[in-house]
Design a protein. Structure first.
Length: 61
């Protein structure tokens, strides 16, 4: 992995609760909804696991 890429990484925000993280945490869930990427923190992903596995858009949960 390129060290410069991680230094200049933009903060990622959870689409559900607004938690911010530097770069993209490897344990967060990424979903593509209506052509845009949405990231969900560990807590939000765990709380909505069934909906995520059912491939429901986050607007449903």
């Amino acid at each position: 992995m390129d060290p410069e890429a991680t230094e200049n990484a933009t903060p990622v925000t959870c689409a559900r609760c607004g938690t911010a993280a530097d770069g993209t945490p490897p344990t967060w869930t990424c979903s593509v909804e209506n052509g845009s990427r949405r990231y969900f923190c560990d807590d939000c992903a765990r709380a909505n696991l069934r909906a995520i596995e059912s491939r429901l858009d986050s607007s449903w949960w």
